[in-house]
Design a protein around this ligand. Structure first.
Ligand code: SAM
Length: 278
């Protein structure tokens, strides 16, 4: 089949499956099947697909029609201008998380701890842009840590990034200039309302700590004081309705200079705080 005809059929198939942005996703999957960059796809639309390309495209469309996220199907996601491998064991890095990275990089640091590292996207983006820094990423998911380690190697950052199986701070040693985290924060009651791409395909461990969605912040606020150097910074991503609750947890833990930062859409997205200097 000619690629352009395949694309038209694909868009109709994804629309029929209820996929939002069917045209965008069909183009991404077609480019993947053809082995070309999305920016080059137009140049290949008159090509006749080989049987292998056709089979790959069909399989990818079937997965997408079953609502598997595009990043899992093609196995990668661009974040902070860097390519990250993504699997069903890792959260697909979100653009709004770049707000946290931008804030982290607004001041220099030598050591950084990333709690709940997933693909390693926050830690590795921070290290990429701060050439003298070293960091540790922790996760309770051994499978996610394998992906993060692979991403560190692929990005040439493995000599400055260590990874650790840890329930938040439990296996962490030392102290850090900066602690960052995008923890699971969706309340248990909100889980059924998530889009199928998220609810049915992304790891639940990455989405929700259960209950009111704040348990990870409780653990991180408690430990922040112990694992930060005096004057060190703690930055967490939050859900847009959680700023007041997370700020209160940080204040109760004795952290200072608590600030709430918006994402590109103007929604509350990051809470930052500082450990008091001695
Ligand atoms: C929202 S995902 C964030 C992943 C990545 N940092 C990002 O921003 O794309 C949360 C991560 O926290 C991890 N996690 C959940 N509970 C944890 C715990 N008790 N200790 C450490 N990591 C945990 C999950 O496995 C998941 O990788």
């Amino acid at each position: 089949m000619i690629a352009q005809s395949g694309l038209a059929v694909a868009v109709a198939r994804l629309e029929a499956a209820g996929v939002e942005g069917a045209g965008r996703d069909a183009r991404a999957l077609l480019a993947h099947a053809l082995g070309v960059g999305e920016d080059r796809l137009t140049l290949h639309l008159r090509d006749t697909m080989t049987p292998a390309q056709q089979a790959g495209f069909d399989a990818a469309l079937a997965s997408r029609a079953a609502r598997q996220p595009v990043a899992q199907i093609i196995g990668r996601r661009l974040f902070w201008g860097l390519q990250f491998r993504v699997t069903p064991d890792t959260l697909d890095p979100r653009p709004e998380t770049e707000t946290l990275v931008a804030e982290a990089l607004s001041r220099p640091f030598r050591t950084v701890l990333d709690l709940g590292t997933g693909t390693g996207c926050i830690l590795l983006a921070c290290l990429e842009s701060m050439p003298l820094a070293r960091g540790v990423g922790v996760d309770v998911s051994p499978a996610a840590l394998v992906v993060a380690e692979g991403n560190a190697r692929d990005l040439g950052l493995a000599d400055r990034a260590g990874f650790l199986l840890s329930d938040w701070f439990s296996a962490v040693e030392g102290s850090f200039d900066l602690i960052v985290s995008n923890p699971p924060y969706i309340a248990a009651a909100e889980m059924p309302d998530l889009a199928p791409e998220v609810r049915d395909w992304e790891p639940h461990l990455a989405l929700t700590p259960g209950g009111d969605g704040l348990d990870a912040y409780r653990a991180i606020a408690q430990g922040g004081g112990t694992w930060l150097v005096p004057g060190g910074r703690l930055l967490v991503e939050i859900g847009p309705t959680q700023a007041v609750a997370v700020s209160a947890l940080f204040a109760a833990a004795g952290l200072l200079d608590i600030r709430i930062l918006p994402d590109m859409d103007g929604r509350d997205r990051v809470v930052s705080a500082i450990k008091p200097s001695l």
